[in-house]
Design a protein around this ligand. Structure first.
Ligand SMILES: N[C@@H](CCC(=O)N[C@@H](CS)C(=O)NCC(=O)O)C(=O)O
Length: 223
């Protein structure tokens, strides 16, 4: 198998961690998003949406972080993607929520406009308004995660680790770039600490921490 990846990306890191945690042999080919390699014809032919991650397995070419995690988990029969119908449905719902609610609010509207020039609004008033909205929306999401999803459970879908945890931790770790502190949401903080204490976390997520050395500063809007 082969993974087209960018090691700092929040969609690629959860897959890299899954691969490391499960001891899988997957060739990882870096697509340099900084230099625009994703828009070159060679990669456009692989993914016309010009985005990583993409997994290749024989004649299967699979984009989308969520779909890749599910495929890999099924392929190696991982307990992180339960087979029982209702348990699996809960994991699917959580992953959809991460992709369509948490990531847009916390990643696209709050963290990215402060650390990625392509996401920054040119007009300072627009930037400020977007961050205010992103902050409010992220706080609401973190509240839901804290109270309704995690509560006293160890993980997002109960007391066992699932691929939804891999995915959500990839997104919330973007807060490292702006110095976010999850203390107002103690269950989220506890869960995030549990995820970052996993054996392969530091090595897999090292590119994020390296990036954060350049982005951390006192002026960021945080949750
Ligand atoms: N819906 C996709 C989104 C993937 C995505 O946003 N990839 C980003 C990196 S995190 C990317 O490749 N961006 C390059 C670009 O859009 O130019 C998924 O969940 O995998």
């Amino acid at each position: 198998m082969k993974l087209y990846t960018y090691p700092a990306s929040p969609g690629c890191r959860p897959i890299a961690q899954f691969i490391a945690d499960h001891g899988l042999t997957v060739e990882q080919q870096i697509v340099d998003l900084q230099s625009g390699e994703q828009y070159k014809p060679a990669f456009t032919a692989i993914n016309p949406t010009n985005q990583v991650p993409v997994l290749e397995d024989g004649d299967l070419r699979l984009p989308e972080c969520s779909a890749i995690l599910k495929y890999l988990a099924d392929k190696v029969d991982s307990p992180t993607y339960p087979k029982e119908l209702k348990a699996r449905a809960r994991v699917n719902a959580m992953m959809d929520w991460v992709n369509t609610a948490l990531y847009p609010a916390f990643g696209h509207n709050l963290c990215y406009p402060q650390v990625l020039p392509s996401f920054k609004w040119e007009d300072p008033a627009h930037q400020s308004a977007a961050l205010t909205k992103g902050q409010a929306r992220s706080r609401k999401m973190l509240g839901v995660m804290n109270d309704a999803m995690l509560g006293s459970h160890a993980f997002l879908c109960g007391d066992t680790l699932t691929i939804a945890d891999y995915m959500a931790a990839g997104i919330l770790s973007l807060g490292e770039l702006t110095g976010c502190d999850f203390s107002p949401w103690p269950n989220v903080k506890r869960w995030y600490e549990r995820m970052t204490a996993m054996p392969n976390w530091q090595s897999v997520h090292a590119p994020l921490y390296a990036w954060a050395q350049h982005t951390k500063g006192p002026d960021h809007v945080r949750v």
